[in-house]
Structure formats: C-alpha cells, structure tokens
Design a protein around this ligand. Structure first.
Ligand code: NAD
Length: 378
C-alpha cells in the first residue's frame, strides 16, 4: 500500500530526529511491502526565515492533502522576540486547528529498562501500582484546539497600568467530544478515567465537570473520577500508578504531560498523536488524518550535537501507523525494535541511569541510536 505523509522537520533537533523516523518507516515499508511518500513542508522558525510567517498557507493546504502529518519540533531563541502571532509555535496551533485534530493522546509509561532513569523511588512506584510493580502506564488525553491558547488575548492600558490577558473558554461540545475520545481510550485500557480541572476556582472547569458528569452514565463500565490540577501534579509524583487515562484541557494537559515525561525517564521518549472526531472515522480510504509528534520541543541547547534522543520521534511514527493507517503489526514492530535496543543497553544521555557504567549501558548519540533501531528491523 502507498501512504502519503506530510513531513514537517521544523527547527532545532526536529530535522535530526525526524530523519530517523523516516529511515525507520522506510525500513519497515521495505519489510512489510508499504511505500511511504513524504511531502516535506516548512513550518515554524525555518518558515519565518524563508517566507516571513510560521505557517504559510501552502504548507497547511499541502498537509491537508496527505494521509497524516509527522512533525519534528519548532521554535528556538532566534525567533523568541517576535510578536506572538509571528512566533514559530503559532505554526503548531495553526496546523492543529487547520487539520481539525482536537484530541492529543500522550501515553506516558515507565519501561522496565528505564527504571534507572526515573527519579522516583521504587517504593513510590510499587505502592501505587495495582500489581505492586515499580512502574506506571498512563495516557493523558489533552484538548488541543480550544481553551486559553486559542482564547481572546491582548494588552490594555499603559505605563504601570499596562495589563495583559488570556482567556480560557470552552464550549460544551468541545469538552464533550474530547471526553468521548478519552472514554473510548479508557474502554480499551484499564477502564479508569480521571478528569482533571480547577473547578474550585474556574468557571470553565465547572463546565468540564458538568459535562463529564452528564455523559459518564453512558460509560457505565468506566470508573470516572475528578481531581484538581494542582493535586494531580502532586499525585503524579506521589503515586503515578493510580492513573489510567487523564482527560484535561489544553493548558493543563500541556503542563502535566511534561511532568509525566520526567518520571518516564526523559522527554526524549514520549510520542504523541493528535486526532480528529471519532464520528469522522474512518476518513478517506480508511485512513484517519492525524498529526504525530514527539512531546519535546526543538531543544536548541543540544541541536546539531548528535545528542538528541530520536526514540520519541520514532515512536510517533509507530503511533501514526497504528492510528492513521491501521497498521498495528507494523507499529508493534517499531515498538519491539525500540524495546530490543534498550534491552541491549543502548542509551542516549537523557535516558542513561545515574550509574550507567555499572548497569552496562552504552551511551550513544542520535545517529548510533537510530542505526541500532534500524538493525533490529532488518
Ligand atoms: P524542549 O523540550 O525543547 O527542551 C527541554 C529540555 O529537554 C532541554 O534540556 C532539552 O535538551 C531536553 N530535550 C528535549 N528533547 C530531547 C530529546 N529528544 N533528547 C534529549 N533531550 C531532549 O523544551 P524548551 O527548552 O522549553 O523549548 C525549546 C523550544 O522548543 C522553544 O522555542 C519552545 O517554544 C519549542 N517547543 C516546541 C514544541 C513543539 O514543536 N511541539 C514543544 C515544546 C516546545
């Protein structure tokens, strides 16, 4: 089968890590008889340099014509002083909104091989794990196209009276469609959904609770619970094993998933999928438009130094095969290759254990890690 993929390498480490995702997908294509055709597109800082805007209309139009979008990362210090609308990160918001992908699935788990890179004590992990194991496996479902990142914003007044504001606003239908994705995900997992909000203070959060309470009766086999976001931030460190699926707003999901990445070993391990409405599935030819990207940013501090961990990007490719193309066997092959490489002790610096030499780990760069994954697919 042939699949067309919009490839947005972006800035910083984006091009380094996305090239390894492409290598891995191509190797997999050879093995399983698929052809992946890439349409390389500019978005982010590189598009600002070339076209004066972070998301040229042509990029969005071309992306819409493809079966799925694979994105590295955008941004960097050289574009930080531009006005908000012209900053590289605007490209992400524009792509998500333009492609209609409103549900961001961010799995975070502690692989047994990376236990040494997790800053939490074994006792903490074991105590909250239903099976008493030193691990956790959770999924954050983050709303992606609404809330404060898209709400009205601005400045008013001047001098010492100058003020700035951003607005958190959610429509009932936006909350409901996100929660339905989260419930469906929970149904395929351990059947627990925790809705995270700040309903003790924020009106928009109170609406989240109302909607969740209203539709929870349709998902009787799923246990629904509620947590304030500040408590959730604490619980993720205190007892991460208690969570199965967390559903939350754009900004809370953004922050909590970075926190979850640290206890997973490194932000360099976490992939994500952004999907559209379940009602629209399956899309054309049984392929579902989705946007796939690691949760990390462009990491300008390590860009071009062969230090970036390419695994989150490679695993984002696996999520694309699973969710957009329905290629479950192929997605599992990538995940198994990553697991085998970790079993053999390969570690980029970010996922090395504190006592890596004693653990027999081999510290490698981006290239060697990517090559090791490719070897597993031979
Ligand atoms: P970041 O995720 O880029 O980096 C945070 C830390 O994690 C850094 O120390 C970095 O070296 C490390 N890190 C990140 N990815 C890594 C990897 N694959 N391997 C090893 N280490 C890794 O976050 P930041 O520093 O807050 O942001 C840098 C730039 O990226 C900013 O311009 C920001 O706006 C942008 N950003 C983009 C995205 C995106 O494109 N989706 C997401 C977040 C931040």
């Amino acid at each position: 089968m042939k699949y067309s993929i919009a490839l947005v390498p972006g800035d910083g480490i984006g091009p380094e890590v996305s090239s390894w995702a492409v290598n891995v997908l191509d190797a997999l294509g050879d093995k399983f008889g698929h052809t992946f055709n890439y349409v390389e597109l500019l978005a982010g800082g590189c598009a600002i340099d070339r076209y004066g805007q972070p998301l040229p209309a042509d990029t969005l139009e071309a992306a819409k014509q493809c079966d799925a979008l694979l994105l590295g990362a955008v941004g960097g210090p050289q574009w930080e002083n531009l006005p908000g609308e012209l900053r590289p990160e605007r490209a992400l918001l524009g792509l998500r909104a333009g492609l209609g992908v409103f549900a961001n699935l961010r799995p975070a788990s502690l692989l047994p091989q990376l236990a040494g890179a997790c800053p939490l004590k074994d006792d903490v992990l074991k105590a909250s794990n239903p099976e008493g194991k030193p691990s956790f496996d959770l999924l954050i479902v983050r709303e992606l196209t609404g809330g404060i990142y898209f709400g009205q914003r601005g400045r008013k007044g001047s001098g010492k009276d100058e003020a700035a504001f951003d607005t958190e606003m959610y429509a009932r239908w936006e909350i409901e469609r996100l929660l339905r994705v989260a419930y469906e995900a929970a149904a395929k997992r351990r059947k627990k959904l925790c809705v995270v909000d700040k309903a003790n203070v924020m009106e928009s959060s109170r609406l989240w609770r109302e909607v969740a309470q209203a539709i929870s009766s349709e998902y009787k086999d799923i246990e629904t619970s509620f947590l304030y976001v500040d408590n959730c931030a604490m619980q993720l460190i205190r007892a991460p094993g208690q969570f199965d699926v967390i559903a939350t707003s754009n900004i809370f999901g953004d922050i909590l998933s970075d926190e979850a990445s640290v206890i997973s070993g490194s932000i360099g391990m976490l992939a994500s999928a952004s999907l559209g409405a379940a009602d629209d599935l399956p899309a054309k030819n049984g392929r579902v438009m989705g946007m796939y990207e690691p949760i990390h940013g462009s990491a300008p501090d390590i860009a071009g130094k062969d230090l970036a961990n390419p695994l989150a990007m490679i695993l984002s490719g696996a999520m694309m095969l699973r969710y957009s193309f329905g290629l479950e066997k192929e997605a599992c092959a990538i995940e198994a290759a990553v697991s085998a490489v970790l079993d053999k002790g390969f570690r980029t610096k970010d996922i090395a254990s504190r006592d890596s030499a004693l653990c027999g780990e081999k510290i490698v760069g981006t290239r060697e890690m990517g090559t090791a994954v490719l070897k597993e697919l031979e």
